[in-house]
Design a binder for this molecule. Sequence first.
Ligand code: RM4
Ligand code: NI
Length: 275
Amino acid sequence: MTRLYAENFFSSDDATVTIEPRLPQMAFPEHYHDFWEILLVEKGSGIHVLNDQPYVLGSGSVCFIRADDHHLFENVDDLNLINILYRAPGKFHYLADISRFLPSQDAVDSQVNWQINHAGMQQAKRFIQTLTELTTDNSPEGIAASEGQFLQLLIMLRHSCFQTQGEGSGEERLQGLLNWLQHNFCNDVDWLVLAEQFSLPLRTLHRQLKQRTGMTPQRYLNRLRLLEARKRLQQSDKTITEIAHACGFSDSNHFSTQFRREFSHSPKTIRKGER
Ligand code: RM4
Ligand code: NI
């Protein structure tokens, strides 16, 4: 697996933060780093496989990656993201301890995968703009300023990531629905019932979900199911039909067709470990 090195990205040995825009981020093979990174999705969609666990990215997704985590991007569609690369938390010059503002070492999924709203993204982009301007300044003042901005960005991200359940603004209600789907995608989903449950008119649900994920609700749901199915094909001994059923597909032929469309390989090939 490829390892990426700080010296190829940071402007000097002293620099502690740097910005790498990926507009777009192409599919990128599995790798790890000797630096840490935060990725912020501006728009588009894609699949992010972090430590073998797949996540669907959409606009507003924020993800925290530590040096030794391994990850890759696949099935990208106009995925625009900004990488904020930084040194290990103990290696800053003027910040004694930032770990309090990062997801904890043994954090579970939802704590490393955050979601911010549109306003949050605009605010984050302003910090990122300043950080970009500061990366060429390797004087102590420049580095101190960039560390200061970075800390402010961390505080802001923490503040603006929300995990509300069906209350608040339309954007937050959609977030509640996406969180719900994340945990219930294997069950039967009735969009009308769900729309009502999260107080979103069906058309709004459709439009906003598309805006956020780049996909129709059904396609998004299918992707969650297929990703789970692929994981189980690789990691369990259950039959293909059993897995299809457990992941919400009542017809295993339909499952295979969808699977091939998503991953360009049949469930059988994945099962045999040929891919
Ligand atoms: C890649 C990808 C990786 C990141 C490097 C710096 O395009 O986004 O995750 O580590 O850039
Ligand atoms: Ni990376």
